[in-house]
Ligand binder design. Structure first.
Ligand code: ADP
Ligand code: MG
Length: 567
């Protein structure tokens, strides 16, 4: 600490480059500070530091660390405490550019594996960024001293060192309960669970926080779909709606809460924090939201199960397009999700291509099958389940065609769920369409493509620039990778991690044998499990703010890369 003070004294008023001298390792009363990388000027990306706090100075129990999810939960609690303490530190220091900025990864509503806070048997490591203060381009040594010697220690004091045992225990218990529900779902073939009392609506289309209004209707399961799940740390089992594998339809009038329910299921692949309202809304972790995405690029995907005989003999077994249509993009989204192991597909009529979803009797009469390349999902939804055990949960308020193929029909009315399977089946029987089943009895081929390494080269003859620009944009050399329609990508740090993974793939792939995409992604997951997220970072000691994505979102990024080459 003293040493850092002295250096800051010495460089006060000098040119900004003099800050390079503070790189190093410093001892503070409660922690060790490591200044890993110093920014080149006050406007550049802020400097990278680590704060290492001995575990015994926190209330984290060592035994929690042996449990993957308990550990992640404790890291999450500590991270949120630091983030909150930073917010409660109003006046940092002034200066030009990013002077005085102090930041750490900013979690949303999900509890995710991250690099920003890492726990091990010995210590807690925080990866933070700091804007070294300057006036113009002159070092503001006094201000830097305030940041390092007063403000940062106070933030650590008010966060990591003040988190109580009680608070940690409460959170660890929550994750135990969430895990218990997941295990139960697995053992009982449930693909989604929504606890009674869950609060599903969100603040707005751009905010994932709970809608805080007295008019919010808590979720309540229809009696016929209610399951009871025994969970630890409380006596009574938790009750809620359980959705079985198979085909589930969500119907109801416009504005009655269908999409809100589906959205909650989509996000149920992740765990949510206490107070979110969706703490006990959990879905099959392999569930993938499928939508139409016209304009996306598709590279050699086998969409022949859905689309055949395109005009002018365009091939659909290795379908490639720079600018896919609504239906072909939706078909590709499905096939690519299946390729990497998705076992549940979630769809909402609001974002589906109509001609991909339905083709009614009248249209069958007017446009003959030999002139319609698309076999609608309606005719593939059951074969998909029979041949590959892939379930579908579908919101469809505008057409009753799916009544025949559904195992379960849920109706939303005034934000309340009712089971109407029998009624729907009766109606399907009474009102016959004389619609012809198309597309055969089996689902058809899936895709299994191998990565050709050179396709991942971002240089393209020029200097490589690969950077996550936002939640939904990755700059890949000279092109931009657009992930705005990958709806289960939820955190910008996941996007950053995907960028690191793609970069790693690009680097290491050349030396390897060509592997199917799914196998390669399994290896990536294994590496994350065994060596941690940081092992993908170019700066392993201080990986900064990275968050674990699912392999479905990694695949989604890969598949949208316009330079992708596969065989
Ligand atoms: P649908 O898809 O059936 O047309 P939405 O799910 O989009 O309907 O919901 C319509 C509106 O109702 C949204 O603004 C949503 O926030 C709100 N809403 C949904 N569920 C609830 C609920 N349980 N309580 C209060 N408002 C809700
Ligand atoms: Mg809707």
């Amino acid at each position: 600490m003293q040493q850092l003070k002295e250096i800051l004294h010495k460089i006060d008023g000098k040119g900004y480059k003099a800050y390079k001298d503070i790189k190093g390792n410093y001892r503070f009363p409660n922690y060790r500070l490591i200044i890993d990388a110093v920014q080149g000027d006050p406007f550049a990306s802020p400097s990278k530091i680590r704060v290492l706090i001995p575990l015994e100075k926190t209330r984290v129990s060592k035994e929690w660390l042996n449990h993957k999810w308990r550990k992640i939960m404790c890291e999450d609690v500590l991270l949120r405490s630091v983030s909150a303490a930073i917010d409660r530190t109003p006046s940092k220091v002034n200066g030009s550019g990013k002077s005085g900025l102090l930041a750490i990864d900013r979690p949303g509503q999900e509890i995710l594996e991250r690099t920003a806070v890492q726990l091990n048997e010995l210590e807690v490591t925080l990866c933070m960024t700091i804007g070294l203060p300057a006036q113009g381009r002159r070092v503001l040594g006094k201000q830097a001293e305030r940041l390092f010697i007063e403000i940062l220690p106070s933030i650590i004091e008010r966060s990591v060192l003040s988190v109580t045992k009680e608070s940690l225990v409460t959170h660890v218990q929550l994750i135990d309960q969430q895990q218990a529900i997941r295990n139960f779902m697995k053992d009982n073939n449930l693909i989604s669970f929504i606890a009674n009392g869950s609060l599903l609506p969100r603040e707005s289309g751009i905010s994932d926080r709970p809608l805080k209004k007295t008019s919010v209707i808590p979720f309540r399961s229809p009696k016929s779909l209610e399951v009871e799940i025994p969970i630890p740390h409380r006596d009574a089992p938790i009750k809620g709606m359980g959705i079985n594998k198979g085909v589930t339809l969500i119907v109801g009038g416009g504005f009655h809460g269908k999409s809100t329910l589906l959205k909650a299921m989509e996000r149920g692949v992740y765990h949510h924090i206490q107070g979110d309202g969706r703490e006990f809304v959990l879905s099959d972790p392999t569930a993938v939201k499928i939508r139409a995405e016209d304009g996306r690029s598709v590279i050699k995907t086998n969409i022949s199960a859905f689309i055949n005989h395109l005009p002018y003999h365009q091939d659909t077994e290795t379908f490639t397009s720079d600018n896919a249509s609504g239906s072909t993009s939706q078909a590709a989204n499905i096939i690519e999700a299946l390729e990497v192991g998705a076992k549940t597909l979630l769809m909402d009529e609001d974002t589906c291509a109509t001609n991909f979803m339905i083709r009614d009797a009248r249209m069958q009469a007017l446009v003959h099958k030999e002139h319609e390349p698309i076999t609608p999902y309606l005719d593939k939804i059951r074969p998909l389940f029979q041949d590959y055990q892939v379930s579908t949960i579908l919101v469809m308020g505008g057409a009753g065609d799916y009544f025949d193929v559904a195992d379960c029909v849920i109706k939303m009315e005034n934000y309340q769920a009712y089971e109407v399977t029998e009624e729907a089946k009766r109606i399907a029987h009474d009102i016959q369409y004389h619609r012809v089943h198309e597309g055969g009895q089996s689902f058809g081929a899936l895709s299994s493509r191998k990565l050709i390494p050179k396709g991942l080269n971002s240089r393209n003859g020029k200097k490589s620039a690969v950077k996550a620009r936002s939640l939904s944009t990755i700059q890949w050399g000279t092109s931009h990778l657009d992930l705005s329609y990958v709806e289960q990508l939820v955190d910008p740090s996941q996007t950053r991690m995907i960028t690191e993974i793609l970069t790693t793939l690009a680097k290491t792939e050349l030396a390897r044998e060509m592997l199917p995409i799914s196998e390669r992604l399994d290896q990536i997951e294994k590496q994350m499990d065994e060596q941690g997220l940081a092992s993908f970072s170019s700066f392993k000691e201080n990986p900064g703010a990275l968050t674990r994505p699912r392999k479905y979102e990694i695949a989604a990024a890969l598949n949208r890369l316009r330079q992708l080459q596969v065989d």
